[in-house]
Design a protein around this ligand. Structure first.
Ligand code: PMT
Length: 421
């Protein structure tokens, strides 16, 4: 399931397209980069325009495409020096032999080669060319020079080429390149967060998604949780510098970058995994999971056959995970969630006290636009009395933004240095 979990600030990618048959892939690359939340502007060389029109990139990026070094109109808008400063990363894809040679010799006779010299941003090149041209000594010499100058080279793929040759020289798929760019920015962000993030040095454990309680080998009891809230929170905690373990029931989301995921099915599995993590060390425990309160007393060994008009299942209570962790002698800072459909505040504060939590975030799951399954949420946060913090209202926003506000609230409560007992 596609659900953008990125919580890092929007970054600017200057995509430079040079003249090779792989230029068509760059159109898709713009799309994939935007999927990751990047702001993309495009520069094209004369050669690139022989393969694909600037209009295509203008439509995909949402910006006019830059093609000329000495275009008075362009300079009056965003000139080449401003463009060079605007970029957080310059990505040349595809990069021809010609542009590699220009970069390695410091030529500056067109917009792209001038930008290369004028930018402080990291420069990535994705060479794409005929396999013999790739292997040529001059190309390899130029590439080595670029590596020595700090340019990052995305290695070409091997395979059948447009000219009929087989070998190294194909531009990797746009999805791969976009993923590498996103991973780079995540790693950069993480380096800073590990030192200065709001949760730097904290070990965070998060439960997420639904649990499944088996009825027989083919049936189960569950609920509508998709895990979006818990996964967004895991990404936000990681972006804030924490070491994050995400204990998730069955959901179809990808694991957020850097987060360690433990897959479970039933409430009892989730409790066991939570206790294991507690023993490994945990400073903050966040329970976003929609845990089934009951399970069938005895799971049928074989598929239950259709018989009479009624079928009664005998249900027994599941353990309460968050309350069990909160009762431990050496317990972490405990954050619960409350899914309510009425008397939202009263029930949430009741759970805060009865489950001995430090903080509870409550959402009204009777609303179709937030809560279960939605990309957005709205919450009210309550803190245990000893923190002396007022309730906080988080207005409706994407779950990523709600998560960042929850991280800030957790940080604020932790900085009160209240003894947790
Ligand atoms: O996953 P999404 O589709 O994004 O939806 C998000 C969500 C609506 C599931 C989430 O925002 C949410 O409200 N999670 C809590 C759901 C819930 O079970 O609430 P509750 O009020 O029943 O439980 C209170 C707290 O006790 C919760 O922290 C819950 O994880 C915990 N609990 C409950 C029962 C149990 N046996 N063990 C528990 O730990």
């Amino acid at each position: 399931m596609s659900f953008n979990l990125s919580v890092i600030p929007t970054r600017h990618i200057l995509l430079a397209v040079t003249g090779g048959i792989a230029a068509y892939k760059s159109a898709i690359l713009v799309r994939r980069l935007k999927d990751y939340g990047f702001d993309v502007r495009v520069v094209m060389t004369q050669g690139a325009q022989a393969f694909i029109t600037p209009l295509t990139f203008q439509a995909l990026s949402g910006y006019p495409v830059h093609t000329e070094l000495l275009d008075p109109e362009a300079e009056a808008g965003m000139g080449h020096i401003e463009l060079a400063r605007w970029a957080d990363l310059v990505l040349v894809a595809p990069a021809t032999c010609d542009v590699l040679a220009k970069f390695s010799h410091g030529l500056a006779d067109d917009l792209l080669s001038t930008l290369y010299l004028a930018t402080k941003a990291p420069v990535w090149v994705s060479p794409a060319m005929n396999q013999q041209m790739w292997a040529a000594k001059a190309t390899q010499r130029n590439l080595q020079q670029l590596v020595d100058d700090g340019v990052h080279v995305i290695m070409p793929d091997a395979g059948e080429q447009a000219c009929g040759d087989v070998g190294l020289g194909r531009m990797p798929e746009p999805e791969d390149i976009a993923r590498q760019v996103a991973a780079y920015f995540h790693a950069e962000h993480r380096k800073v967060a590990e030192q200065y993030g709001l949760l730097a040095g904290k070990k965070v454990v998060i439960t997420a998604g639904p649990t499944r309680e088996a009825v027989d080998p083919v049936r189960y009891i569950s609920n509508h949780s998709t895990g979006k809230m818990g996964f967004a929170l895991a990404a936000a905690c990681y972006a804030a510098g924490a070491d994050v373990h995400l204990i998730s029931g069955p959901v179809s989301l990808e694991t957020p970058n850097g987060v360690k995921r433990i897959r479970v099915s039933s409430a009892r599995d989730m409790l066991e995994a939570s206790m294991n993590r507690l023993h490994e060390g945990c400073d903050v425990f966040i329970a976003t999971a929609a845990v089934a309160d009951y399970r069938v007393a005895t799971i049928a060994e074989h598929k239950i056959k259709k018989s009479g008009d009624e079928l009664n299942l005998n249900l027994v209570k599941n353990p309460d995970i968050v309350a069990t962790i909160a009762q431990q002698e050496k317990r972490p800072f405990m954050v619960g969630f409350a899914a309510e459909t009425q008397n939202v505040e009263a029930y949430a504060t009741g759970k805060l006290i009865s489950k001995k939590l430090d903080m509870i975030a409550c959402n009204d799951v009777s609303r179709a636009d937030i809560g279960f399954g939605s990309d957005e949420n709205a919450m009210i946060i309550f803190f245990a009395e000893q923190y002396g913090l007022d309730k906080r209202i988080l207005e409706k926003a994407p779950k990523q933004h709600i998560s960042q506000q929850l991280v800030e609230a957790i940080h604020e409560a932790l900085s009160k240095n209240v003894a947790i007992s």
